[in-house]
Ligand binder design. Structure first.
Ligand code: ZN
Length: 470
């Protein structure tokens, strides 16, 4: 079954065919590290993490690259406010970002590329744009000349004369109002690198195209990011890269994630509804957050509310219950002999197919979750009707597989089953009784033996110590 993905460029679902056979190169816009990452980032990065996991599950050899904007106005301004060195501020928040990604089990990224480590590549790309006549220098600043790239606006479906204005940059030295910065000259005391145009630092858009050109060359398969980045950021990337390399399209599939609201409102610090990933993780298990985000399609808007998270938690508890039950039955082993051997269940393959079909349909995670839920319900019925080990193994494997695509159940592996806990508790009680016996405290020793017998645990004092059976 072919995978279909929605391409923002064509506004259509297209069959997914990588440029180079089985190799998939994917780039996703990373954070600007001037503050803690928030649940909007969590939504975006969990969505691409699931896509990456699925592409690998399908057998693609995926290289997932993410940039980290560690050179930017926001970082410089925040550092000034706090009287800190901008490099240290960026390093601190980069470290926090890595921690947040690990806590959310976002582990599919092959390489995080920091803009500050690609200054030479950025300068080379700006130079190429100047040589080809797509850029111009004014007093140490370099701008992209929008009039030279008439295709600008295609991704965001805007005609050149209807283009929304870029973030206000009242600079009378620009040739066209939409010309954007490729290189910014150093202002007093600012962080800067040497360049052919004097000391300065890169503009925001150029870091992505310099980084992707370095690792992927002039064209690659998937570019992701939140939908807010389509204009001007991704438009600018197309203009820079296609002009610099002369090859197009820069990206075969543009994939964008939808917006996140908090109780129906846009999240912002001024509204007091700004939730960091750390805040969210203090209240919810990573699996709850992952299931919650995956319960909406990645392109749909999503509403982060207590109520919605509670229902994700309830759903997850039900999924865990079935998963743990299957695992416990398999661990017990002895029960397998009592069942109707040879009885195989078609429920597994049927649900697996449904799950894959949903994921193949533009990563339709809500439909995939519905298949998973339906499977667990069928499994509950199956267990009640009698079961065999072979099918139980098949069920557990399938649950694990579906879980590993969504990134849930992963903490379940080492989780103690109630049976493990009972065993350890009895061992502990027997140890305490042994200590009592050593002190000739027969009263306590007998009391423990009698009470255990009442719950069906029989103790046997032997020369090698006390043994027990249940
Ligand atoms: Zn970007």
């Amino acid at each position: 079954m072919p995978l279909k993905v929605y391409n923002t460029m064509s506004s259509e679902e297209e069959e997914f065919k990588p440029i180079h056979g089985n190799r998939v190169n994917m780039f996703v816009c990373g954070p600007t590290v001037y503050d803690l990452t928030h649940i909007g980032h969590a939504r975006t990065y969990i969505a691409y993490d699931i896509m990456a996991r699925y592409l690998r599950y399908k057998g693609y050899s995926l290289f997932y690259l993410m940039n980290i904007t560690d050179v930017d106005d926001k970082i410089i301004n925040r550092a000034k406010e706090r009287n800190l060195n901008p490099v240290e501020l960026a390093e601190q928040y980069t470290a926090e970002f890595y921690k947040d990604m690990a806590s959310l089990r976002i582990n599919s990224v092959n390489l995080f590329a920091k803009a500050s480590e690609y200054i030479a590549e950025i300068i080379a790309q700006v130079n190429t744009l100047l040589e080809k006549g797509y850029a111009y220098v004014v007093d140490g600043d370099v701008y992209y000349d929008m009039s030279k790239f008439p295709e600008y606006g295609r991704l965001s479906r805007q005609k050149p004369d209807e283009l929304k204005k870029h973030r206000i940059e009242p600079d009378p030295r620009k040739r066209n109002p939409n010309d954007f910065s490729l290189w910014k000259s150093q202002k007093l005391g600012e962080l800067a690198w040497d360049s052919p145009w004097g000391k300065g630092r890169p503009g925001w858009h150029i870091e992505d195209t310099a980084i992707t050109y370095t690792h992927f060359g002039p064209r690659y398969d998937i570019h992701g990011g939140a939908v807010e980045l389509v204009f001007p950021h991704h438009e600018a990337e197309i203009a820079q890269a296609e002009a610099a390399t002369g090859q197009k399209p820069l990206v075969k599939y543009w994939i964008h994630t939808g917006i996140l609201n908090v109780k129906g409102q846009k999240m912002s610090k001024s509204l007091g509804n700004f939730i960091t990933i750390k805040d969210a993780l203090r209240r919810y298990d990573p699996d709850v957050l992952r299931l919650f985000f995956a319960s909406s399609h990645y392109r749909s808007p999503i509403d982060f509310s207590e109520e919605n998270l509670r229902s994700s938690k309830e759903l997850l508890d039900k999924l865990y219950a079935t998963y743990d039950k299957v695992q416990t039955l398999l661990e017990r082993g002895e029960d397998a002999t009592t069942v109707r051997e040879g009885q195989s269940s078609p429920i597994v393959s049927e649900h697996k197919e449904r799950f894959i079909k949903a994921m193949d349909d533009d990563f339709n995670t809500p439909a995939a979750i519905a298949a998973l839920v339906s499977l667990t319900k069928e499994v509950e019925k199956y267990i009640l009707s009698g079961f065999n080990e072979k099918t139980l193994r098949e069920i557990l494997e399938t649950l694990k597989q579906m879980g590993s695509i969504l990134g849930i159940f992963e903490g379940r592996e080492g989780k103690k089953t109630s049976r493990d806990i009972s065993t350890e508790l009895i061992n502990l009680i027997v140890e305490i009784r042994d200590e009592a016996r050593k002190k000739d405290d027969w009263k306590t020793s007998d009391r423990i033996r009698d009470r255990l017998r009442k719950i069906g645990v029989v103790l046997e004092d032997t020369a090698e110590g006390t043994k027990w059976r249940a």
